[in-house]
Design a protein around this ligand. Structure first.
Ligand code: AMP
Ligand code: MG
Length: 396
């Protein structure tokens, strides 16, 4: 086994740990953030007939500049009572079907009613078809609107419903267990003894997963005890698709994740990934669950969760593109030359561009709180000046 992996190799191996979960049909009101398990193909034309886009009067373009005789009215959801003939106009409202014979709508602000007659007072429509939504102008029946594996955004939900889909066909949400380890950790808000620190990573990871298509249990904690951790892992594996542990991922005397996973009958892969922060990672499976062991320093846990845990969860939920999007923005401050490994620098992106923080100590939480971007710096990359472009991942 090769011990030093690139981030991309590690991502590929983590996604290979488990296959997407079974599909299910759920109401669209619960579907935001979920991933489609099959293509959404339009079952109907939208609109199904030519509709008015404005409140006004349906006319024939060739009859401009009027005047017209008003022959009735049609509102949204109604069938036009008759067709339009020469020099005839029909009162029409937004979303109403255009009467046969009409091809254009003149907006109500451009005309005035004088008894049964309608006269032009404004400029009127500039071209035939103005203010008319053509039949199938949004989409035609049979068109593939959304591809399997796409994320259901609010807009995608609107399109899928308009297409005629009765429910959202999506991948099941993975059940995720969070297990923090370390004798020094105390639950948030509890009194601290000598040498103890609050367990911040458990709640941080739960918060990161909150935006994802995942069912996440309350963070659990275990002391640095191999047998105990093994028992907890064995138990969690029965009811979860993913177990993420934090801390104890390395090979020190008090690092027990690898040993516990082996002791619990799981299969263990241990890697060093060529990145900073983010020391060793444990990956493996136990029963039907995938296990990811993240390092304990807050920034290391955050960055490795961003690069490896969230993609694994999205992959299981059915995402076609589970990896974080790498974007570019200009630097607002100098970026020093790169070192031996690829860096993921906590940074702030504002209107001026990207500012990587001076302190990149992976034990600190204050830079994490201030960051909304991770600037990616390749190994031995030359220093860059402000206004030069840098790659980054948005994190907030
Ligand atoms: P480890 O990966 O267990 O060697 O831990 C590395 C550093 O991260 C140590 O300083 C730990 O105290 C700290 N740490 C580990 N787990 C957590 C946690 N859940 N919350 C905050 N800090 C942690
Ligand atoms: Mg530890």
């Amino acid at each position: 086994m090769k011990l030093l992996l690139s981030v991309e190799e590690a991502q590929a191996r983590i996604l290979a740990l488990a296959a997407p979960l079974a599909p299910e049909n759920i109401p669209f009101t619960d579907a935001v953030g979920r991933f489609l398990s099959k293509d959404v193909t339009a079952l109907r034309d939208q609109p199904a007939a030519a509709l008015s886009a404005m409140d006004g009067y349906a006319i024939r373009f060739e009859d401009l500049p009027g005047p017209w005789s008003i022959t009735g009215e049609v509102a949204a959801g109604a069938m036009p009572s008759r067709a339009i003939g020469a020099r005839e106009a029909m009162r029409i409202f937004t979303g109403a079907m255009l009467p046969p014979g009409a091809d254009t709508v003149v907006v109500q602000e451009d005309v005035a009613e004088a008894g049964a007659a309608l006269v032009l007072t404004g400029e009127g429509p500039a071209a035939r078809g103005k203010h008319v939504r053509a039949r199938a102008g949004d989409f035609a029946a049979g068109t593939c609107l959304l591809a399997a594996g796409a994320r259901l955004t609010p807009g995608a939900i609107a399109a899928a419903i308009m297409a005629g889909a009765p429910a959202a066909a999506v991948g099941r949400r993975p059940r995720v267990a969070i297990l923090t380890t370390g004798d020094e950790l105390v639950p948030p808000g509890h009194p601290l003894g000598v040498g103890q620190i609050p367990d911040s990573n458990g709640a941080m990871l739960a918060a990161m997963l909150k935006e994802e298509a995942a069912e996440v249990g309350l963070p659990l904690h275990a002391p640095d005890d191999r047998t105990l951790i093994a028992n907890v892992l064995r138990d969690l594996a029965r009811h979860h698709d993913v177990i993420v542990t934090i801390g104890g991922a390395s090979v020190g005397d008090h690092d027990h994740i690898q040993g516990a996973l082996a002791g619990a009958g799981g299969s263990v892969d241990f890697w060093k990934v060529a990145m900073r922060p983010g020391k060793p990672l444990v990956a493996g499976t136990i029963g039907t669950a995938a296990l990811l062991g993240l390092p304990g320093n807050p920034a290391s846990a955050f960055v490795t969760a961003t690069l490896f845990l969230l993609p694994l969860v999205r992959h299981l939920a059915g995402a076609r593109a589970p990896l974080p999007l790498v974007r570019q923005a200009p630097l607002a401050a100098p970026l020093a030359a790169g070192g031996e490994r690829r860096d993921y620098l906590r940074a702030r992106l504002d209107a001026d561009g990207l500012t990587p923080f001076a302190s990149q100590d992976s034990g600190q939480t204050v830079p994490l709180a201030a960051a909304n971007a991770l600037v990616i710096r390749e190994p031995r990359a030359p220093a860059r000046a402000p206004l030069e472009s840098a790659d980054y991942i948005a994190i907030a």
